[in-house]
Design a binder for this molecule. Sequence first.
Ligand SMILES: [Cu+2]
Length: 123
Amino acid sequence: MKTQKKVFSVLFTLMVFLFASNTSANVLHDETVTFKVYGNCEMCKKNIETALLKNQNIKKANWDVKTKMLTVVYDPHTISVDNIHKLVANAGYDTDTIKAPDDAYNKLHGCCQYKRVDTGKSK
Ligand SMILES: [Cu+2]
């Protein structure tokens, strides 16, 4: 009886440990990336952030109107940085590495049609 109790307590401790380590591991798995996204205003901010947050692999998205820098917290196991650039581009916004499709850009509100720079050139 005593041994059984001991086995249970060991198992219990092990389970708690596994649960705890798994939870903290999930937090550690999130990564943050920052890159430039061309845009103009608050509406652009909303467009960019909403387009990203629709994807459940993206935890946080924040675009700074002044600096034009986008900061994204994402799960690197389920989405790549390249795909994050693509999501932004498909919403009509050029990033520092990917140019938005022209039709996506043309669909933007007039005030959001930021001045496009040639992103074809390497930085
Ligand atoms: Cu705008």
